[in-house]
Design a protein around this ligand. Sequence first.
Ligand SMILES: [Zn+2]
Length: 177
Amino acid sequence: MEDKYSYPAQTTCDKCGDDVRRFKFLQKINGGRFCKKCVREKRKEHREFLKRDICHIPKRKDLEKEWAEKRKEKEKLMKTLPNYESPGIKSIRRGRPKISSLGIYITRDEKNVLYKKLVGLGFDSKTANERIDNLCEKMRKVVEKLRETVKSEEDLNKRFREEFGKMCMELESGGLE
Ligand SMILES: [Zn+2]
């Protein structure tokens, strides 16, 4: 059996393999011996690990990615709304859109309320969604028709809400199939 102490002392880094020439130039971490450069790297890695995995501090880059995804999702959702205008068109007139152009559709919250009502009445989710889609389609037509006669946006919005209320009642009583 060979005596391990007869070997010359280690002078190479366990990570990068660089020869630092003297054993004392290597630093011991977790049972391994590393050169200065690798020790610095390891410490940095460890700090990152503490920050990200232990303290859950997200990287700015990751946050930005998340924000971008959220923006995209919102954009996708906006496109499903009946009076959505693409950002290209919208950018022509700057600033906030008028309230009048916002009110004339069934909001996502309203859809959710309807959905819960229908499910509460015993409809399965597919039927409930179909009914809500039908209702939205009908309301679109109602708005088109109202626009022919009602000129003031305020009146239009009021009439829309009235018609919407009626349709909700119809929907709950089993209409709009
Ligand atoms: Zn090294």
